[in-house]
Ligand binder design. Structure first.
Ligand code: GLC
Length: 581
């Protein structure tokens, strides 16, 4: 941790104990998001309050005490806005309304208030790249026909070919198939995702105006931040030039595409930043401030979902006058391999330092195979995996990967259910699937439903406590044993591991502070680093390894660490935290 010397998070920790904090300028007013642990709630799969098989906002509200006890700082909610649900809510028909299946605006308001009262922040999802085809603007654009001014707010173009029967360019949808759909009057419109998700034209001033008022709408309601969906996609290259190859989905993430990561997007974020900054300086949620804990500013924040080729490109989204954080997808895509992990950790910290943004770390989300299943499979398969693999190994590695992630400086993102060690459900029958990518075939694998199965709260009962009725995707019979009820208070359970790790991480100054790690010499396949008086050792090999003992073991993701004569045996696929004092 370079020149910083965090006190070791000693056990039992005093989560809010006072201590000098050298991590950031203005320690007494550290921005809360710099080291926050943010828990992603996928509302349709979290908790169902009315027994209709679909999770809802009242369900989330009823489970806030669970999240507080887990020890996270903030909750990011995937979209709950009015939507025909062609892409599970990422197709928004009305950005200022709650879809009846999730509740009402009053429920959203109540959820935000309750969260604040319990010291939790709320981040909502903002979907600016595209709307639903049922959005008022798009419906009018179609109904008014060619020449409608509303068409300029999307990308309508005439087709190529003698009768305009060919799409305007060769772009392919991320979900597979052409990125263009023809409407009955012959014009084509662009959709980088499903046909029900037409892309906005961000060159049109009305689009920017609209989104600034949407930001204010939710800021006025009290949200603490926004996750910006497809933040890399808003601006397209001038003239919408052809790419010249097929299977473009394979190119995503490998280079700058004419529809992704264009320089023009940054002007949008600079404007948004000025809106957010107007809301800076609010009080932090009352319950979040505890005696002795450095007071944190109540500023609002943005986190970008920006899939870019490199972390250096990602760093451009979090320059001081743009967004605050961006997901680290390079980290998410890294195999359980010490060398690879070290490279991406260093590269991330090096890329973020010059722009002054915190690094972020993430292992799972609603778009990728859960890390317990990724690590159950051989390396090199990517983030969409269809096989269960070796479950025991997957869970062991997932727990180790989580402890490694939570020991790194910056902010960490958790995805609901990972604290239970949930695997992906890889055997969902085709007839229950809802991922639009599944139906479009050629593009993404379309197996995102596997990580979206409603989570289990109780050992038995209808939908394992998810609700009083069924569940929109079938839950496997193993769900009861993985439930919150089964793991709560059970020593060694994954839930208790997360709780303890989050408690330790929070000790002041927490493990999230700072912007560097000090690497220690370690055997092949092992990562070891020091941060002040704290040491983290991750053994990514399938064998136990002997290392130096670093003091007092705070936590192990696996079996107990045996120590003798200044040496410690770290079990296979296990991460260990030590306090040097
Ligand atoms: C983002 C979301 C994903 C969605 C896509 C289109 O990548 O995370 O779930 O399908 O955007 O909105």
């Amino acid at each position: 941790m370079s020149r910083q010397h965090p006190a070791a998070p000693s056990a039992p920790p005093s989560p809010h104990a006072a201590s000098p904090h050298a991590a950031a300028p203005g320690a007494a007013h550290r921005d809360w998001w710099r080291d926050a642990v943010i828990y992603q709630v996928y509302p349709r799969s979290f908790a169902d309050s009315d027994g209709d098989g679909m999770g809802d906002l009242a369900g989330v509200r009823s489970r806030l005490p669970y999240l507080r006890a887990l020890g996270v700082d903030a909750v990011w909610l995937s979209p709950f806005y009015a939507s025909p649900q062609a892409d599970a809510g990422y197709d928004v028909a009305d950005y200022r309304a709650v879809d009846p299946m999730f509740g009402t605006l009053t429920d959203a308001d109540g959820l935000i208030r309750d969260a604040h009262a319990q010291g939790l922040r709320i981040i909502v999802d903002l979907v600016p790249n595209h709307s639903s085809d049922q959005h008022e603007w798009f419906k009018r654009a179609l109904a008014e026909g060619p020449g409608s001014p509303l068409r300029d707010r999307y990308h309508f173009r005439p087709g190529k070919g003698a009768r305009g029967e060919l799409p305007p360019n060769d772009w392919e949808s991320v979900f597979g198939g052409p990125a263009w759909t023809r409407v009955p009057d012959g014009a084509w419109y662009l959709h980088l995702f499903a046909p029900e998700q037409p892309d906005f034209n961000w060159e049109h001033p009305a689009v920017g105006d609209e989104f600034r008022t949407i930001l204010r709408f939710w800021l006025d309601l009290g949200v603490d931040g926004f996750r910006v969906d497809v933040a890399h996609g808003l601006v397209k290259a001038e003239g919408l030039p052809d790419i010249g190859t097929r299977d473009q989905v394979r190119l995503l993430g490998n280079g700058v595409m004419p529809f992704f990561d264009q320089d023009g997007v940054h002007a949008v974020y600079r404007e948004w930043r000025t809106v957010l900054d107007e809301y800076a300086g609010d009080e932090e949620p009352a319950a979040a401030s505890a005696p002795g804990r450095p007071r944190r500013t109540g500023g609002r924040m943005f986190v970008a979902e920006a899939w870019t080729p490199t972390v250096e490109r990602t760093a451009r989204y979090v320059r001081p006058d743009e967004l605050h954080q961006a997901f680290n997808f390079q980290y998410l895509s890294t195999d359980w391999d010490a060398g690879e992990l070290r490279r991406i950790i260093d590269r991330t910290l090096d890329a973020m330092r010059p722009v002054g943004a915190p690094a972020t770390w993430v292992l799972s989300n609603h778009d990728v195979t859960r890390h317990a299943t990724r690590f159950a499979n051989p390396p090199g398969l990517g983030t969409q995996i269809r096989t269960a693999g070796d479950r025991e190994q997957g869970l062991r590695r997932a727990r180790a990967a989580t402890l490694l992630m939570l020991a790194l400086p910056g902010s960490a993102y958790l995805y609901q259910g990972e604290e239970l060690g949930l695997p992906d459900v890889v055997d969902l029958p085709d007839e229950v699937r809802q991922d639009p990518a599944y139906f479009r075939g050629a593009g993404q694998d379309g197996f995102r439903d596997g990580c979206r199965v409603p989570i289990p709260w109780t050992r038995t009962g209808p939908s394992y406590g998810f609700g009083s009725g069924g569940s929109w995707l079938p839950q496997p019979s193993t769900w009861g044993e993985l439930s919150v009820q089964a793991q709560q208070g059970t020593p060694g359970s994954t839930l208790e591991l997360y709780r303890r790790a989050l408690r330790l991480r929070r000790a002041e100054p927490g493990l999230g502070a700072g912007d560097a790690v000090e690497w220690l010499r370690a055997p092949e396949g092992v990562l070891a680093f020091r941060r002040g008086e704290f040491v983290c050792v991750a053994n990514t090999t399938g064998e136990s390894v002997t290392t130096r003992s670093h003091g007092r073991v705070l936590l192990s993701s696996g079996d107990e660490v045996t120590e003798a004569d200044g040496e410690a045996k770290v079990p296979a696929d296990t991460t260990v935290w030590w306090a040097m004092t």
